[in-house]
Ligand binder design. Structure first.
Ligand SMILES: NC(=O)c1ccc[n+]([C@@H]2O[C@H](COP(=O)([O-])OP(=O)(O)OC[C@H]3O[C@@H](n4cnc5c(N)ncnc54)[C@H](OP(=O)(O)O)[C@@H]3O)[C@@H](O)[C@H]2O)c1
Length: 303
């Protein structure tokens, strides 16, 4: 898609923009209310169920419920906050025009899903808050301080999106086009994959009869300590544990203890442990020879 167009001519003052929402779900409600509270003009909303449309509109004085096409017609900036699977079809079902911008809030869907609007002259972009929107009221409280990832080929729209981020008291992050699959997967490592790691640890505790609650009471402070250490020293140098100290003896004991839990659990442990060997080497905690000894131990079939 060309980046030469400057059809987005309203960037100077985002407070003058008429902003609309298509999709009044968890994120749509929280973002619309947050923008309203920040002094921006949220004027129109459309959604599938009237109750949800009203739920978004009612707390905002100037916001009117209307048809989806009417939102597109009435607004300078339209957020498509439907589920990801219908962002493209929703965009394609509508008529857009030059001088307006259409933006989605997905982390994983590429901005080119909005190509239909671009072809009709509109500017298109992405505006992804890195936050979980369960209860929209709670999300309004937790949004300030979060990172919002913005994407737009047109510099004028990028400026407007950055200005919105500032009004929301959030931290901007720019993402180039085509990177959303990796970007979203990366977020998964530091959110739901933490649950997967805790699951493994809790399973081990349960083998001697401890409850999940007892395990978490002991393990959560450990995890919090590691997070602080990463914050202070970075991913490699902030890594604790036996591999960082070159302690082969402990890893050998771990492998022996985990082996009876089955090949899946042992295989997962080996993969994670090998990653920590690479990190320990990066941090200068172990040399090449020690890393090789770890690799040999982890690849041995004896466990
Ligand atoms: N929830 C999160 O934690 C989170 C975080 C970051 C980004 N996001 C992104 O935000 C977007 C919205 O997610 P969400 O969690 O807010 O989803 P959601 O709670 O399911 O809300 C989606 C809304 O879109 C409406 N909708 C569905 N099809 C529509 C259509 N064809 N036209 C108009 N409205 C339609 C639904 O309408 P009705 O309710 O009226 O049926 C629903 O209110 C997604 O792109 C998601 O990836 C979500």
């Amino acid at each position: 898609m060309s980046s030469q167009r400057t059809s987005w001519a309203l960037s100077a003052d985002v407070k003058a923009l008429r902003i609309g929402f298509i999709g009044a779900g968890r994120l749509g409600q929280a973002l619309a209310w947050s923008l309203d509270q920040a002094g921006l003009k949220v004027v129109a909303v459309s959604s599938t169920l009237e109750a949800h449309t009203r739920a978004l509109a009612d707390p905002i004085e100037a916001c009117v419920c209307m048809s989806t096409q009417a939102v597109a017609d009435a607004c300078d900036l339209v957020f498509v906050t439907t589920p990801d699977s219908v962002i493209g079809p929703t965009c394609e079902s509508l008529k857009w025009r030059a001088g307006q911008a259409v933006v989605h809030c997905s982390g994983v869907t590429e901005v080119r899903e909005l190509a239909h609007a671009f072809e009709q002259g509109a500017s298109i972009g992405g505006f992804h808050p890195m936050q979980t929107f369960g209860d929209p009221h709670a999300a309004v409280q937790s949004l300030p301080g979060c990172t919002i990832t913005v994407e737009a080929e047109e510099p004028e729209l990028m400026q407007s999106l950055l200005s919105l981020v500032e009004h929301l008291r959030c931290v901007p992050n720019r993402l180039p086009a085509g990177m959303r699959g990796r970007y979203h997967a990366a977020a998964g490592y530091t959110s739901q994959f933490i649950n997967a790691l805790f699951y493994q640890a809790v399973r081990l505790w349960q083998t001697w009869g401890a409850t999940e609650e007892e395990a978490l009471r002991a393990l959560l402070p450990l995890a919090q300590g590691t997070l602080s250490s990463i914050q202070t020293a970075g991913v490699a140098r902030g890594m604790p544990g036996p591999v960082s100290r070159g302690d082969l003896y402990s890893i050998d004991k771990h492998l022996t203890a985990i082996a009876p839990m089955g090949p899946e659990m042992l295989g997962f442990y080996r993969t994670l442990c090998m990653t920590t060997v690479n990190l320990a080497q990066q941090a200068g905690g172990i040399d090449e020879a020690k890393a090789q000894q770890f690799a040999t131990l982890l690849n041995a079939q004896g466990h």
